[in-house]
Design a protein around this ligand. Sequence first.
Ligand code: PEP
Ligand code: MG
Length: 582
Amino acid sequence: MTSFSIHGVGVSSGIAIGQAHLVSNALLEVVHYQLPKHLIDDEIKRFSNAIAAVKQDLEQIKLSLRSNAPAELGAFIGTHLMMLADRSLSEIPKDIIRNEQCNAEWAIKLQMDDIVEQFELIEDEYLRERKQDVIQVVERVLKVLLGHASQLSNKQQNSVINTERKLILVAHDISPADAIQFKQHQFAAFITDVGGVTSHTAILARSLNIPSIVALQRARDLINDGELIIVDGSLGVVIVSPSKEILAEYKLRQEQWELEQQKLQRIKSTKAVTMDGIHIELFANIEVPEDVTAAKSSGATGIGLYRTEFLFMNRRDMPDEEEQFVAYKSVAEAMKGAVVIIRTLDLGADKQMNPDTVSNCANPALGLRAIRLCLSEPKIFHTQLRALLRASHFGNIKILIPMLSTLGELRQTKLLLERAKQSLRKQGIAFNETIALGGMIEVPAAAINADAFAKELDFLSIGTNDLIQYTLAIDRTDDAVAHLYNPLHPSVLKLLSMTIKAAEKLGKSVSVCGEMAGDAKFTKLLIGMGLRQLSMHPSHVLNVKQRILHSQLSLLNSNARKILALTDLDKIEPMVTKFNQH
Ligand code: PEP
Ligand code: MG
């Protein structure tokens, strides 16, 4: 069997190795057929029985919830029970069966499509996402109608308990009710095709604390039942049919990971200080306001990157000023005076508002993205700037501009920021007059000209994800060239070093907020190069902190100098490995 990997969004860290257990997608199996008049009453009865069976199932699950189960779970089951009892799901399909003389599966599917359409018109993102609950409830009813009542039948549950085999759930989507059963029967991980960061699947994944990945798109189709898979929740990668070598490597990593997790908790409230007393600020990257909880419990002392574009995704309309204000303010308040760096909209390229939107330009990563998009849509930008400014009254907010490549863009941004301030002043609305403005250094043009940017900005933040992509001409989303994507490329390191020096010279703070900052194998190098602030996914904070606690700055500086003097990637990599051992 050939091995391959699938990439998604890791929503809960950890490594799991086990056999794929495919959960069917009942919705895809629904067919439409007509019934003769004399069978209609029986069909309605079949439908009513299915509703009753699902109700009983859900009530059973609710009763069996253990007292230590996350509070969200009970609430989700309650929501599903309410939806099931609602006329729109329990009664209207009966009318459809009668009027259209169709099968029960088809009737409830038609009704679901109708409800989902109405949900999609709701402005509030949270409420709109609840359409997923309707789909999950309907899935349950369909499974009963189609004769595969529950994927977690007693027989299957027992087999999970009785064998040593670890099973990994592979599904198109997973309902909260199913997720509870996974927890109770010790599934090792779960992965799904769909699920945004605010989907229930993602919320639950975090609260259940088992490795999981969502948004894998076609995992359910590509993976066969029983196939051996590795789930790396931290990287968001699934490896299917791994080779013996990869498997051995991951088994080792898994053991290490589990051990380290236990040990790491001890340093949660320890300051990130090198052995020779240099303090390194460790911040967290967040995508949605709810991530603040994870950020705080990771021991991060601030938010180094809040990617606001996620507020704009999976919806038809733009969030208005009030909605944005509430989101930004909630993060600022939750951080209680600690730094919160909020990045303005970075839509475009792989981050489209709607996942179905296909960019029609040849090179979307080089197109109208991030600050370029904002400057071409000043109204959208004005709304965001006003919301950010208003929120700045409630905490320690700093504004970060993505993808700058010219000083002209920066100056235009400043003008628009001043205009937004002016409009608030006129209305007598409070905001932080001296709010700091920083720029992402993630385009080689900006790194090469970092001195000039540092002069006109309050701080710099290096986006290594894009800096590597644009320096090496490697599409960060393209698997075919992923093996060439290397943060240690000498040209990338030179650009990093230039940027750090430019900021140092002008006394401006500089950080890295790309993935490189969260990868502990680069920690010593980055600090040795002069960085004193790193921002990363909350799950990486303790790992990076541990490296810092075992570092000696004087040694790191000289090691970094030696690495920077090298021009050959093949020599840099072993050197970094060697230096990490000291
Ligand atoms: C980056 O490019 O490194 C970065 C942090 O921004 P994003 O990953 O959101 O493009
Ligand atoms: Mg970027």
